[in-house]
Design a protein around this ligand. Sequence first.
Ligand SMILES: *Cc1c(COP(=O)(O)O)cnc(C)c1O
Length: 385
Amino acid sequence: MNRCTKAFLYKDNLKYNLEQIRNYVNPNVKLCLAVKADAYGHNAVLTSRIAEELGYEYLAVASVDEGIELRENNISKANILMLSLATPEEMTDFFKYHITPLVFSEEYIKCLSDEADVYYSGDEKFDVFLAVDTGMGRIGTYPSDAGKEAKLIQASKHLRLAGMCTHLAVSDSISDEDQKYTYEQFKAFKEAVENVKAEGIDPGICSCEASAGLLNNPEVQMGMVRPGIIAYGYYPDQITKDYLQSKGFNIDLKPCLSLETKVVAIRRFPAGKSASYGRTWTCKKETDIAVLPIGYADGLLRRFSPGLKVTINGKNYPVVGRICMDQCMVDIGKDNPDVKLWDRVVIFGPKESGAINTADDLAKLGKTISYEVLTSLKRVEKIIK
Ligand SMILES: *Cc1c(COP(=O)(O)O)cnc(C)c1O
């Protein structure tokens, strides 16, 4: 693809973060890297390859299709854990592509068990993780039912309990109330694990922490941690670098992705002329407007303007008027010798890209989180730098 609007993946930064995480996590704890949503917009195949090289044991996806994409691109060493649920039609692909599902509820386990009976002819065993809802209010069995459901899994001819998972709802908060809620979740998860053990069943790999939980409560790592956003260089919400340093932890992260485009037109605007839909911006005095071939379909969210500044040759210029689906306009000032047609424009990225913005800065502008900014780069090609 030759489109000038591209995202560049700074591979060394990604490796650096993955190594930082490896060093931060206790050595016997398994690592599961969340590569869902195309590795938060970073390219799941490239990211998974690097994680595999660094010995990450698990990769987490959100759909069967995401898992298949990895397998079809020779990601074969790591286990793939799927964090969302599938419907019966999708289940054969779990077996075919060795994707480990989260399961819970009698109906779901029964259905998967039936599908496994159809797929396997010998006495092969297929690994599943039991999901437990300890307070996230999304998927999972209640802790009190964990023993019963683990029994159901073990009783199935072709299923085997390989682990147990739960997810934290407020681990990215530093308020006392939320920290207390998180501890209740840990407690409930341990109860669920005990209930499984009480049935004489090995609970397997137990996992309760994503990025925020891991940073905020590093003493509760259990058998596996499932970081996502920190691998891509961003701290989750209130668990900032300063906060961690105040607690005596020094985990350094580097953003890994830059979003770039080029100036494709420079146009003289007379005073009084407006730019873009809705005519929300009108120029006060004669100026030059650079047109960029990037818009909200590329992840440059409509709500970033007004406020967004982009970098051209080391200087910052405001996006003016509404961001369109595929284009936006930048006020570069009249007769600006620093901006020429086809010059490179950096929207956000790591220091090395020359950007002023990170995905966090854009997130603040758009009243959202870095996760949404990064996963919005759907149409943009990702290139390894
Ligand atoms: C997305 C997700 C993760 C990773 O979350 P981060 O906040 O990016 O670290 C881990 N576990 C589950 C169940 C998830 O849905």
